[in-house]
Write a protein that binds this ligand. Sequence first.
Ligand SMILES: Cc1cc2nc3c(=O)[nH]c(=O)nc-3n(C[C@H](O)[C@H](O)[C@H](O)COP(=O)(O)OP(=O)(O)OC[C@H]3O[C@@H](n4cnc5c(N)ncnc54)[C@H](O)[C@@H]3O)c2cc1C
Length: 418
Amino acid sequence: MTAEEEVKPLKIAIIGGGLVGAFAAVTLSRLPNVSVTAYEKSDKVREVGAAITLTEGGLVTLEQVFDLDELEKILYRTPNNGHITRRHWKTGEYLNEPHSKSPKYPKYNHAKAQRVLLLDFILKHVPEGTIKYGQEVKSVNVRQDGVAIHFANGNVTKADLVIAADGIYSKIRRQFTNDAIVYKGAVAYRNVFDDKIVEHIPGLPDDVTVWIGKGSAMFMTRLTPGKFNVAAHLRDPPEVAANLRWNKTTGDWGKKRLIEHFKDWDPLIGQILEVMPESIAFPLERAPWLENLVVGDRIAFVGDAAHPTSGVYGAGANMGFDDVWALYRSLLETKYNLKKALFLFNETRAPFLKRVEKQIEIDQQIGAKYIGTAETDEEWKRRVEHRGLSAKWITDHSVDNEFEQVRDQNFLQLFVDE
Ligand SMILES: Cc1cc2nc3c(=O)[nH]c(=O)nc-3n(C[C@H](O)[C@H](O)[C@H](O)COP(=O)(O)OP(=O)(O)OC[C@H]3O[C@@H](n4cnc5c(N)ncnc54)[C@H](O)[C@@H]3O)c2cc1C
């Protein structure tokens, strides 16, 4: 009996064609006997000119679906095996990283990519015609025999299973939770430009480098092919943040804001800012994460729709890829028994995500009560080094191990008892 004959047909609708929705379109299309359609509200592919980190856990997951040698062509690998180099904001002095260790295989070292190239890469693997652009979903209606999907243009379609990958502002999530998005108090400034513009500057870093200051940070990295990335998070008042959008440049204003803010920092930063083109800037936002990633046996939330926080240890999209992979395995192993599949998916992802959300809160407290209260610069540096980077357990998380543990612990309930 072939895999196709073993399982009944399944109609999957994905809402959203961003990094995670597109990855879901590739991955879930590989299940036997499924029809997958993704609905994206924009008329065409859109991504922001910025860098994205691919973590150890994320690369392990991507390798399940893609040929890593092919992906490698768009990745930037640092000479120091992907470790982040942290520097003192003013002196540029290198800070110690007490706990940093490398993955077992170098191919899983953290890597950087341009977001646009990563999305293009994923889209290249989506079966033709799977993503329908210009299709804004207005709402979903869960019924006994499936889910009715209502579009802004008045059309309605039906699916057995809906994957909500509609991002941080997810309409689908808010249909069930009614949550509010809040400004985190910081604006992200982003710029990707030709490295030729800065190549002449002595001391230009080859590693992913972050200058840590009191209340703000400056990140820089090279990108493939021949690009340089500048990224900063600054505390800006809500009225400033409210006028900024990821899809429009700030003109002269953003660059001047950066030059002014960083004028007393390591002079290398100022030299780079002086010659770079204008940047984009957008507010960092968040909403409470979903405690339960499923609705009945019919809807699963993945990516920012499920864990809506902009910028989480450089791991938000990687966690979204893991969501999709957990869903893929859950569907495959339960042979499309949706009740069992969504139980497995939720149990694999929700407890881990809850721990990550808790860590964000703890790190805010560490910032306020420990690092932020140091009275001298020497003590501040000691505390920053003592804290270290902290996110390793998040970025090297193995979704496969977690999935297998949940499956094994629920084996009787899932596969034997009726
Ligand atoms: C400053 C910053 C830095 C970051 N750095 C990293 C990093 O280094 N590494 C990392 O892993 N993550 C990083 N992230 C997080 C990462 O960007 C997100 O987790 C990721 O983009 C989420 O992808 P997504 O597909 O879930 O959502 P999105 O990319 O937001 O995609 C959602 C899609 O759904 C579509 N859509 C929305 N509503 C509808 C609707 N009603 N109908 C149809 N379509 C709809 C949208 O048009 C969009 O295309 C960063 C985020 C920020 C803000």
